[in-house]
Design a protein. Sequence first.
Length: 183
Amino acid sequence: MRNALPIAMLALAMASPAHGEVAAQSAGGFVVTASAEVVTSPERSWQELIAPARWWFKDHTYSHDAANLSIDARPGGCFCETLQGTRTIPRGGVEHMRVVYAERAKALRMKGALGPLQSEAAEGTLTITLKPSGTGTRIEWQYVVGGYMRFKPEEIAPVVNQVLGEQFTSLVARLGPVAKSGG
């Protein structure tokens, strides 16, 4: 299993000071945030961030294989997924998000409606920042969703928070979370 993380790594990530929540919601949309401190440098964190095939859960892909995910980290670049057909000819693909801002080892901003929001007239903006912190990096995610959707924000926001939280926790586990101090 290519994307499986050892249980110990997931437990460590969950014990880390990672934090995610639905930070705001209204009839017009919602905001989901997550943050954590990791032991890797901003450059190493960036390299892992732009390789979602290594940390995104396959259950949250259309192809059921995270190896089909990629991020082209430049303005206009795609956070895309190939839908495999035959060995040499893909049957299609999915644009999850479009890169609108990329500053190596500092920030990545992408626009797009993830998962079930893709079928709605909603737009989302995911901003990921990497900041030097102690001997590692502080990673912060903010996904802002607005527009018309048939989902009620109070019902879909917790689901989006959970799914993005799983991806965030997986990324943090790969990077080596800073363990909580004290008891």
